[in-house]
Design a protein around this ligand. Structure first.
Ligand code: ATP
Length: 458
């Protein structure tokens, strides 16, 4: 299972999903860049999220707030004080860890917490036991300076979550969109955390993308809404092809909840990183009225809601499904990866790698393949590709044996390959091959758009 991650890392690099960041300079540790296929896959996931969460609903609107907000926002939200992780260092090999991660890995392996805390734990790097320093709290906010002087007056924070941009715009959005609780505000975008131990490929990085939605509800209705959103979010992953056998809910123990949370339940995926089988994909938190209340107190702007029907004023409670785009991408890739067999040109079965990505997520929707590089076939195929590109991201490939070209498309999850052959010159039809069934169908050229449209949901 751990080698499945390695397989995905190497496929990602080889085919242009994900490259190591700044590799020509030796690389920037635990940072990644998204190549031509990666950016398509990421955009497709984001688009599906936006459709499901925003445009298909009457009760959620979108927002795109700044990455750098007023410093007071992070003081009020509690991040300056409480966005901290316990940092420990191995005194033998000087590797740094998050103390809670070490304990969690111990617990996952042995089914119980270490009795003497860190003293019972062996350093995963050098193998020495009991060599950890007393944990020190370390703030995870990434800092920068605005303006010409690099002093306290210019200190600013890059957002560690998109949520605060939503809370500080709450009143403006409520008034301009004329929504009343229960309603939500959704936002996608980059967030930054000075993670102590980034790693596991794109799972944990210091710069990442979130897809968050804050759903504002009447106090007392929060618990049902949390259940509702847990189910909705679970269904979203399953609907896009994630195998539910590889997913589970994880209920955060009360004593470990974040400073703002009444209840947090994660959707976890079986990433199978060394040490832990399941890891967090998305968190669904009941943030109570903590954020709107503290921002009201600290800013002096009343963010409570006047409920005309009941003639009373209250602070909405907030249910927050917070997803990580990069983690979702990794889960979809791992889950879609299969090795099976396909017949080669001579009809002999050969191993093939296939990404069974949902067609809505597949980076390339169709590949147009002239049977051979030929003065008659290529122009016909190019003109078909140009037509199809008006609707979908398509590949054109006329290099090498047709079987090898099918394999290349299977490996990146392209749902349809369209072959232009010598019969095409006679019958104005092409062969459409499906990635999953490997069935081939003859489709007339003027029907190809309709054929694909019926099989490629938006
Ligand atoms: P973890 O416990 O793994 O550090 P978290 O509980 O701090 O995660 P949240 O604050 O709930 O994470 O953030 C919401 C989502 O944002 C996470 O479920 C995850 O998908 C994503 N996320 C958070 N931190 C990172 C990171 N460093 N790299 C990539 N994605 C992240």
């Amino acid at each position: 299972a751990a080698d499945k991650i390695d397989t995905i890392v190497s496929l990602s690099k080889r085919r242009g999903f994900v490259y190591p960041c700044s590799e020509i300079y030796g690389g920037q540790r635990a940072a990644w860049d998204y190549g031509p296929l990666g950016v398509e896959l990421k955009e497709n996931i984001k688009r599906q999220w936006w459709r499901t969460m925003v445009t298909s609903r009457d009760d959620i609107v979108g927002l795109d707030s700044s990455v750098i907000l007023a410093r007071e926002v992070w003081e009020a939200s509690g991040h300056v004080e409480a966005f901290v992780d316990p940092l420990t260092e191995c005194t033998s090999c000087h590797k740094r860890y998050r103390a809670d991660h070490l304990e969690e890995a111990y617990e996952a392996k042995r089914g119980r917490l270490p009795e003497n805390g860190l003293a019972d734990i062996t350093c995963p790097n050098c193998g020495n036991k009991g060599t950890f320093t007393e944990p020190k709290m370390f703030n995870g906010l990434l800092q920068t300076f605005l303006g010409p002087t690099q002093d306290e007056s210019g200190r600013a924070f890059l957002r560690p979550e998109t949520a605060q941009g939503i809370f500080v715009n709450y009143k403006a959005v409520e008034q301009t969109s004329r929504k009343k609780p229960p309603f939500g505000i959704a936002q996608t975008g980059k967030s930054f955390r000075n993670e102590i131990t980034p790693g596991n490929f794109i799972f944990r990085t210091r710069e990442f993308e979130q897809m968050e939605m804050e759903f504002f509800v009447k106090p007392g209705e929060d618990e049902q809404w949390q259940e509702y959103w847990m189910q909705q979010r679970w269904d979203w992953y399953v609907g896009l092809g994630l195998n539910p056998d590889n997913m589970r809910f994880f209920e955060h123990p009360k004593e470990k909840l974040s400073h703002y949370s009444k209840r947090t339940v994660d959707i976890e995926y079986r990433f199978n990183f060394g040490g832990s089988e399941f890891s967090e994909l998305e968190g669904i938190a009941n943030r109570t009225d903590y954020d709107l209340r503290t921002h009201s107190e600290k800013s002096g702007t009343d963010l409570s809601y006047f409920d005309q029907d009941a003639n009373e004023r209250w602070f909405p409670y907030v249910i927050e499904p917070a997803a990580g785009l990069n983690r979702a991408m990794l889960a979809f890739l791992l889950d879609a990866y299969f090795e099976d067999e396909a017949p080669n040109a001579k009809g002999k079965l050969e191993k093939r790698t296939v990404l069974r990505l949902d067609p809505r997520l597949a980076p390339v929707k169709a590949a147009i393949l002239p049977l051979s590089r030929n003065a008659d076939l290529s122009p016909k195929a190019r003109s078909l590709a140009a037509d199809l590109r008006q609707y979908w991201n398509c590949d054109f490939d006329d290099a090498g044996a047709i079987g090898r070209r099918y394999r290349r498309q299977d490996e990146i999850g392209t749902p349809f390959c369209i072959t232009v052959d010598f019969d095409t010159l006679e019958d104005d039809a092409v062969t459409v091959r499906s990635r999953d069934t490997m069935q081939q169908e003859r489709v007339s050229l003027d029907q190809v758009v309709g054929y694909l449209a019926a099989r490629l949901p938006g």
